[in-house]
Each structure stands twice: as C-alpha cells, then as structure tokens.
Design a protein around this ligand. Sequence first.
Ligand code: SF4
Length: 249
Amino acid sequence: MLRNDKRSTVCVSSQVGCPLDCLFCATGKMGFQRNLTHWEILEQVLLFARYLKKQRISNIVFMGMGEPFLNYDNVMEAIKTINDADCFNVGARKISISTAGIFSGIEKLSKEDIQINLSISLHAPNNQLRDRIMPINKKYPLSRVLDKADDYVKKTNRKVMLEYLMIKGLNDSLKEAEELYRLIKNRPLYMVNLIRYNPTGGFKGSDTKTVKAFKDYLEKKGIFATQRYEFGKDIKGACGQLIAGGENK
Ligand code: SF4
C-alpha cells in the first residue's frame, strides 16, 4: 500500500503465484498455484480499509501477484464491489488493471460498461529484449499487444498507461528510450510510467540519474511520462517482489 496525506493506493493480487514467469519477477519464480476467488480479492481490500480506518482507499491497482486477465471473471466481480457506492465506493477511474498483454482480456475490458484504467506491463521497447525478460511476449508480441491496445483506445477513447520497470543495464539506456518513443510517438493517448526496479535475484534497479535521463528524453519528445516511486520495498511487497510465505533473495 502507498499512503500519503491525499491518497491511499492499494495494490491487489489476482492469483497465487503467476504462470508468466517474467525473468525479473519474484512472483514468477513461485510458479502458478491458483486463481483467487473474488472474495479473496475483496478480502485484501477489506484488510486495508480496516487498517486505514477513517482515511478512505482512494486508488486500487491490480499489480500484485498474478496476471489479472487470466482470472478475468473474479477480478471483474471484485471490481464491481470495490466500485459499488454501498461497499468500498472507489471510483472506476481510480481503479487500474495491469496486464502483460493478454489479448482476450484487453478485448473484454473494452466492452465493459465501467471506465476502469488499462495499464500494459511493457518493460522493453522491442521484441528481442521483451522475449528475453517476459516469455509471454512469444505468444503475445509487443506490436500485436499495442494493436490490441489501439483497438481498446478506439472503442473507449480512454488512455493507456505503459508500465516500464527500470532495470540497471538491461532496458534503461537512451537507445531504449528512443525505441520506446518510436513505438508510441503516434499514439497520443499513451502514457509511460517509469518504475525503478526493486532488486530481487540477479537484477538491480537503475540509478536515479539514469531514470531521470530516460524520463527527460521522453518528455522532450512530447511523451507524457511519470515516475512512480517504489513502495513496499522494505516489506518485499513492491512490484516484482511479492512472494508467498518465503524470503526473497
Ligand atoms: S511481473 Fe507480473 S506477469 Fe510477470 S511473472 Fe510477475 S506477476 Fe506475473
């Protein structure tokens, strides 16, 4: 959970483990155990709502363990309750689902009658690198994921957030920034969210100067880019770090 005076953002899991096995991800190393029921997803939200007491949950992000679109029905069922004014009353535009690019999920979301946000976990600007760090790219390659996201934008006129983990020496050079720019320069409703990687296993996060240079490059080219500060690092609960019942190394 990320909390400040104005916002309390809760990061929710949709599965126990994850079948997608991204190279940099502690959750992926656990393998896939099972989908969470919609009640189990809601229990996570309820836990934080109780913890926060008077301060309401302002944002929900499906960026914890698992690929939400591989558990689509339970995720959407939970979102209806999260959004319900008589339950958690979190606005639809304050709820985000982050996917590695599962086509069927992007298509289904574009037909839903609820204006929640779509994020794509991109993490690489070309197929060669994305194949290496996200094996799912072999099934759902980068350009086709963005084609699906374009269809989503056409149908919904909503923005798409591209999540980009900054991993030292792997995907964080200005060459990659330029490739990323070329991918989205004609896609005005796409934004980039840079997230400094929290070290797990063999990778390190990019240093501050590198993240700034990457972001500055995109901004100078007219791309809307934000930087999310890592949260949950101390409890090994940040992006790519969630692991059940064990220590991350
Ligand atoms: S980064 Fe996300 S999609 Fe990839 S293995 Fe981890 S939880 Fe699954």
